[in-house]
Write a protein that binds this ligand. Structure first.
Ligand SMILES: N[C@@H](CCC(=O)N[C@@H](CS)C(=O)NCC(=O)O)C(=O)O
Length: 235
């Protein structure tokens, strides 16, 4: 069977993994997950008890959660090294370092902003505190990432890799939460412009928005979430 990537909308980090599957080029399927709807149904916990996307159903029917684990799964199957590097190379070390930073410190800086936005019983004082705290953290993490961006066209190389996939779904949260003008970080802004005009990212973004767009041909279709849970979820 083909692996199935479950991606969340709206504005999920998993959009970048959809783009990475496109760059990889091996056949795969997708499954849409409404993070404010079907993901909240108790049945989703059969796939991921932490109630998060992304989730990967592997070609052997196993469930893999966590972005870094899914990226590792893809890396191990990237026989032509389209989105990764020889595991013993310095480029691979550099890519893993950037992916780890983006998936931890960089991504988690946005957590207070999400918490303020999604608060069930609004508490203006706490929301304002969370926004200030999150905003400062996001700016500081952008400063650090800007320092880590080199002279290549994409994060590690002149073509997109898994590191770009991990970045692109999250980087746009800067605009979504209106933290700062992206031009404040010129290297990151140029990288984001390049990534956002990449056909695979445009395809993944369109899918996330519920629009049909021609992809590169590797995606062989969508699967319903209820079918995925029934077939591959914990019994
Ligand atoms: N550590 C997880 C975090 C995944 C995560 O936070 N996913 C978000 C979407 S980008 C989510 O599902 N959030 C659910 C929620 O906020 O309720 C990973 O790296 O995959």
């Amino acid at each position: 069977m083909e692996p199935i990537l479950l991606y969340g909308f709206p504005a999920g980090s998993s959009m970048g993994l959809v783009a990475a599957f496109e760059w990889l080029g091996n056949p795969y399927k997708l499954c849409r997950v409404d993070m404010f709807g079907s993901m909240r149904d108790p049945s989703y916990r059969r796939l991921n008890r932490r109630v998060e996307t992304p989730v990967l159903i592997t070609d052997e029917g196993n469930v893999v959660t966590e972005t870094m684990a899914i990226a590792s799964w893809m890396e191990a199957r990237d026989a032509d090294r389209r989105i990764s590097f020889d595991p013993l190379s310095s480029e691979a070390d550099h890519m893993h370092q950037l992916m780890a930073f983006i998936n931890t410190g960089f991504t988690s800086a946005f957590s207070p902003l999400w918490a303020a936005m999604e608060m069930q019983s609004p508490d203006p004082a706490l929301q304002s505190l969370l926004r200030a705290w999150g905003g400062d953290a996001v700016v500081e993490r952008h400063d650090r990432l800007e320092e880590m961006v080199g002279d290549t066209r994409f994060l590690i190389a002149d073509h997109p890799t898994l590191a770009d996939g991990v970045l692109v779904g999250v980087a746009r949260w800067l605009d979504f939460h209106q933290v700062a003008d992206k031009a404040r970080w010129p290297k990151l802004a140029a990288l984001r412009n390049r990534l956002e005009s990449d056909p695979a990212v445009a395809y993944a973004t369109a899918l996330e928005n519920g629009q049909l767009k021609e992809g590169g041909g590797a995606c062989t279709g969508h699967v319903e979430l209820s079918d995925v849970i029934e077939r591959y979820g914990l019994k």
